[in-house]
Design a binder for this molecule. Structure first.
Ligand code: NAD
Length: 279
């Protein structure tokens, strides 16, 4: 597990441990603790990434599967070239090392950003799905799009390889929900991701189920919760901003405008959480 000390990664580690997995969290910094082992590594270094998968002294004998989440997690946190360098190199190094060591089960973090965030250009239709060409609008998102392409070609070269990319929506922890009722006052405030979110616990469930799904090939999946962050009707939100955007089917009152239908269909993703029941 790379990025296991992060906002989403720490919840994924806890979920995997709770489901009986032996987890090694690899990260540049240790922030948590628990029933897993931690290994400090800078994954921009190819040598460090490579040696991880060939055993680290007596820490573990072999790695069965990889969840790769390590990244600078958003646009604008570092200069663009630093985001590009860290994220692209990290993903290349980790994935190439894993494949070289014979590992064939990889789940990794793509991002909702490839769907066209912040939607200065109107979406092609709603609800969004995985059927249209990516529209990255930042260096961060460009790297995710390139990683999706990398996964596609690596799986083409290795027909027994599985690489499932999770296009996570904006990751939320339960303590973040306090702010949600204030979002309704201004529809522009969360328009940048079509008022979507992912509860970290549901994000973790998606990683685990994707990991357990027996398949080969590169696929990407939108991973969001089933509702929006808003009280207003989803169709009203779309109509107010983009009167001519195609709404492909009748929408439920708070239905998410990013559809996780593919993840539900392929590996049984079933989000359990909504901010509406927490508050
Ligand atoms: N947070 C979101 O809203 C969101 C949305 C969509 C996708 N994602 C993706 O999900 C993943 C996890 O996001 P998060 O919110 O938990 O981010 P985070 O920043 O909390 O966690 C990422 C972790 O990766 C580690 N890391 C970064 N570069 C590294 C390197 N070179 N070597 C080793 N460790 C390194 C960091 O130390 C950090 O602990 C990322 O790939 C991010 O791009 C996040």
């Amino acid at each position: 597990m790379t990025g296991g000390e992060g906002r989403l990664g720490s919840v994924v580690v806890a979920d995997l441990v709770a489901h009986g997995y032996q987890v090694t969290s690899v990260d540049v910094q240790q922030r948590f603790g628990g029933d897993y082992q931690f290994l400090k590594a800078d994954l921009t270094d190819h040598g460090q990434a490579m040696s991880l998968f060939f055993g680290v002294e007596d820490r573990f004998a072999a790695v069965d599967a990889l969840v790769h989440l390590a990244a600078i997690p958003a646009p604008g946190l570092l200069p663009n070239s630093a985001t590009f360098r860290n994220n692209m190199l990290t993903s290349y190094n980790v994935v190439i090392a894993a494949i070289s060591a014979g590992l064939r089960n990889i789940v990794w973090a793509s991002s909702e950003t490839v769907l066209g965030l912040p939607f200065d250009e109107e979406p092609p239709y709603v609800p969004l799905d995985e059927e249209y060409r990516v529209r990255p609008n930042s260096t961060y998102s460009m790297v995710k799009a390139m990683e999706e392409e990398l996964a596609y070609h690596l799986c083409r070269q290795h027909p027994d390889l599985k690489m499932f990319g999770m296009r996570f929506s904006n990751v939320m922890l339960p303590e973040d929900y306090e702010e949600f009722p204030s979002f309704d006052a201004d529809i522009m405030r969360r328009k940048w991701n079509l008022w979507s979110y992912i509860d970290a616990r549901d994000g973790a469930q998606a990683c685990r189920k994707a990991l357990e799904h027996d398949a080969t090939g590169a696929e990407v999946f939108i991973i969001a919760n089933d509702d929006t962050v808003m009280q207003r009707h989803s169709a009203d939100l779309v109509r107010e901003l983009w009167p001519s955007v195609e709404i492909r089917r009748e929408l439920g009152p708070h239905e998410a405008l990013m559809s996780s239908a593919k993840a539900k269909r392929v590996f049984g993703y079933a989000p359990q959480h909504t901010w509406r029941t927490v508050l």
